[in-house]
Design a protein around this ligand. Structure first.
Ligand SMILES: Cc1cc2nc3c(=O)[nH]c(=O)nc-3n(C[C@H](O)[C@H](O)[C@H](O)COP(=O)(O)O)c2cc1C
Length: 250
């Protein structure tokens, strides 16, 4: 049974009369305020952040959450709409649109993690398998998995068409795919879900192709597991900006 409670969204609706309706901007609707900067800003203002601050609030509040449940705060149709919007609008080199997605929900999600567990059972030494099995059970406890692929018929088509950049189209397909992963991860967490990103490719590629009739030219790149939030993210540390950032001409 799904829950449809959206406490944060309700709060934002009451504090921000200019909040954008979910029908006009389906992805960016509910800033989740978790940083001290934004919390301070909220404390001195009756309105939710707007513009880049609203977007950055989502960027900051996206975290890796391993404790997941099957109890989603939004309908699975909304999850699908979010994935579809991101898939259509995330950029790709030369607008080549090499990204592909498979969304597994409910029993199909369970099946994916069961088959991943089976594959790992054949590889991981028996003595170490208990911790692997526990990790798999954690992913299976979620409500769904988004599998991200790059379609190499598109990449190869671009390589033929633009020979000068032939060696760049593979990495660029990866960049675009990573942008899509980030967009979906961030958008789902903005809706109050929890999610974490996994990489059981290429171990599972063949089984996924067989089970869900996926073309062999779709190269699996990542798996985003999502569900209801059943725990908090771990502590996160930050390297000082000075070691990572330069500006000239400011
Ligand atoms: C490219 C990439 C690959 C990652 N691969 C994995 C993974 O295979 N398994 C996992 O549990 N987390 C994975 N993560 C999650 C990172 O460990 C996590 O994002 C990082 O520790 C920062 O924590 P945060 O997501 O809470 O901000 C990956 C993240 C990125 C961006």
């Amino acid at each position: 049974m799904q829950r449809f409670a959206r406490p944060l969204r309700t709060l934002l609706r009451t504090t921000n009369s200019r909040a954008v309706s979910s029908t006009t901007r389906p992805i960016i609707t509910t800033p989740t305020i978790s940083t001290s900067f934004l919390t301070r800003k909220m404390a001195t203002s009756t309105t939710a952040p707007t513009g880049a601050d609203a977007f950055l609030s989502f960027v900051k509040s996206r975290r890796t959450i391993y404790a997941l449940s099957k109890d989603l705060p939004i309908p699975t149709s909304r999850v699908q709409d979010i994935v579809k919007e991101a898939l259509q609008h995330v950029p790709s080199s030369f607008n080549s649109q090499s990204n592909r997605v498979l969304v597994l929900l409910g029993a199909e999600h369970d099946k994916f993690w069961d088959l991943t567990t089976e594959i790992l059972k054949g590889i991981v030494p028996e003595a170490n398998f208990a911790s692997t099995a526990a990790r798999m059970a954690g992913f299976r406890a979620g409500a769904g998995t988004v599998l991200f692929f790059e379609d190499w018929t598109v990449v190869e088509g671009m390589q033929e068409k633009f020979a000068l950049y032939a060696d760049r189209f593979g990495p660029w397909a990866g960049h675009s795919n990573a942008m899509l992963q980030f967009a979906v991860w961030t958008a789902l967490e903005a809706e109050g879900l929890g999610a974490n990103l996994q990489h059981y490719n290429p171990l599972v590629d063949e089984k996924v192709q067989q089970e869900w009739n996926i073309p062999s030219t779709w190269k699996l790149s990542a798996q985003l597991v999502f569900g209801g939030r059943a725990g908090e993210p771990g502590e996160k540390t930050f390297e000082p900006l000075e070691t990572k950032y330069k500006v000239f001409g400011a």
